[in-house]
Design a protein around this ligand. Structure first.
Ligand code: C5J
Length: 220
């Protein structure tokens, strides 16, 4: 089996049971006027990883491996948005409010869409999720079971929120998880570094991390 040079030790890659999960590469987290920017964040850090995420996705596609996309979003009637989530963040603009790119984080709105450069290809699975984790209130578990997936490679944003939450959910469900270090980003440099460190601490307690080049070399 191919080995991916990963931290804290090499990751044994099983091609027939591996999927790439790209978390929340949405305009709302990457563009001025979106949800992330409305919270006072500098979205340029997220924009900078778009080409790397695309390269990783294209590598999986070229190897014939599945690419799954997630989107953080809510129903237009907000029935899946608990007040505990809605009332967090900036009081100036809440999830569901009208913004420059439509209603913030609502399914079908322009700002909620996945960024064009990393958009799903026809036939790729897109999981709409109301939580930070991609397993909560979604079909992801069933989808992965049907695929026979046992190993998940992760990319996307933000590292310490939706990416880390989903990795922890996956790790608890028995998946071996590998995060692309340069294919994920946070609005906060120190949160990203801390998340990478805590994922691979204590003998890969949550999973492994590796650079995109190393992952692509392993799956080629
Ligand atoms: C956040 C996410 N940060 N996708 N969402 O609210 O990480």
């Amino acid at each position: 089996m191919p080995e991916i040079a990963a931290k804290p030790f090499s990751f044994t890659f099983h091609p027939s049971t591996t999927a790439l999960v790209v978390i929340d590469m949405q305009r709302d987290f990457a563009e001025p006027g979106g949800f992330g920017a409305s919270l006072g964040n500098d979205v340029s850090r997220v924009q900078a990883i778009i080409p790397t995420v695309r390269r990783l996705m294209d590598g999986f596609r070229a190897a014939g491996l599945p690419v799954i996309h997630t989107m953080e979003c809510h129903r237009p009637d907000l029935s899946d948005l608990p007040p505990a989530k809605r009332d967090r963040g900036s009081p100036a603009i809440r999830i569901g409010d009208p913004g420059p790119m439509g209603r913030v984080l609502i399914a079908g709105e322009p700002g909620t869409a996945i960024i064009a450069e990393v958009a799903p290809l026809p036939g790729e699975i897109v999981i709409e999720k109301p939580g930070k984790g991609a397993f909560y209130a979604t079909s992801l578990s069933d989808v992965l079971t049907r695929m026979g997936a046992r190993q998940l490679v992760f990319a996307g944003v933000t590292t310490e929120v939706c990416v880390q939450t989903t990795m922890r959910e996956a790790n608890d469900r028995g998946y071996e998880c590998l995060l692309g270090e340069d294919a994920t980003e946070s609005y906060f440099v120190e949160f990203k570094q801390a998340t990478l460190a805590m994922i691979r601490a204590q003998g890969a307690i949550v999973g492994w991390t590796a650079m995109t080049d190393q992952i692509l070399e392993g799956i080629a």
